[in-house]
Design a binder for this molecule. Structure first.
Ligand code: ATP
Ligand SMILES: O=c1ccn([C@@H]2O[C@H](COP(=O)(O)O)[C@@H](O)[C@H]2O)c(=O)[nH]1
Length: 239
């Protein structure tokens, strides 16, 4: 089974806590020991937003702000690599071919951002499509996709399931400025729709939730169902 996990910076490094990073690394290593082939994509979190906001005040344009965000995602990727054992490729992969090659060699590959105009959500979706992943997991700071921002609107309702095309409709009105917050970005939603990738959006604050979702399909977030399907994926049925 091949899986791409997107770990939001707000989940991996809301502050610099080595034990938290170690917790995420331990789950990734356990999954790898179970035979799961893994790519991990790491976001920039609050640190990226602090840098982006400061540079915006200084007059940087959106592409320059995105470049700053990418640099921070790659620093967070290095942090995760530092916590992973010998099965990780020690280089932060800068493109999908590099990441795909190391996953095919049997290593865990870690990426951050790759180019302006998107977020690491889109990187994870593109990597998942490129390596023909069986599953894409977004470990973020909200427990799924809601009909409004749950941190702003107390009455926000979570979608247990969304078709990929409905996901696109939910995400489309959200901001695309550097540093914006959304459960996944619009490009990621479009790539998920195009690839028909089985996808889960969940609260990844406790990394064991990622493990349960990957190994057993158990989670309390949102399942993104490829358009035109409604079956349980066969890899969970087989386990
Ligand atoms: N409709 C929505 N459903 C779920 N979350 C939403 C929605 N609209 C806005 N959000 C916000 O998006 C946040 C998740 O995005 P955020 O960009 O913070 O996380 P991330 O991608 O995990 O990490 P990073 O901080 O690296 O970008 C949630 O905490 C929530 O406040
Ligand atoms: O491929 C990428 C990835 C990221 N960015 C910029 O970085 C920030 C932080 O990334 P998150 O995934 O949101 O944590 C993002 O808002 C973009 O500004 C990018 O340009 N390209």
């Amino acid at each position: 089974m091949r899986v791409v996990v997107s770990i939001g910076g707000s989940v991996l490094a809301p502050d610099l806590d080595a034990r938290r990073v170690e917790g995420h690394a331990a789950v990734i290593e356990r999954l790898a020991r179970e035979g799961v082939e893994l790519g991990a994509v790491v976001g920039g979190g609050g640190v990226a937003r602090d840098y982006i906001n400061a540079a915006r005040d200084l007059g940087a344009n959106e592409v320059q702000l995105d470049q700053i965000g990418i640099d921070v995602t790659r620093i967070n990727a290095r942090l995760l690599i530092a916590a992973l054992g010998p099965k990780v490729d020690p280089k932060v992969a800068h493109d999908y071919e590099e990441a795909g090659d190391s996953i095919r060699r049997g290593d865990i590959s870690v990426m951050g951002g790759v180019m302006p105009g998107q977020t690491t959500d889109a990187v994870a979706a593109a990597l998942a499509e490129y390596v023909d992943a069986d599953l894409l997991v977004y470990a973020t700071s909200a427990d799924g996709v809601f009909d409004a921002d749950p941190n702003v609107d107390d009455s926000a309702q979570r979608y247990e399931e969304l078709s990929a095309s409905d996901l696109v409709d939910v995400i489309a009105p959200m901001s695309r400025d550097a540093g914006a917050s959304a459960p996944v970005d619009l490009l990621a939603a479009k790539l998920i729709e195009r690839s028909g990738m089985r996808t889960i959006v969940l609260d990844g604050t406790d990394p064991e939730r990622i493990e349960r979702a990957v190994m057993r399909g158990e989670h309390s977030g949102t399942d993104i169902i490829p358009d035109g399907t409604d079956d349980e994926p066969s890899y969970w049925a087989q386990r």
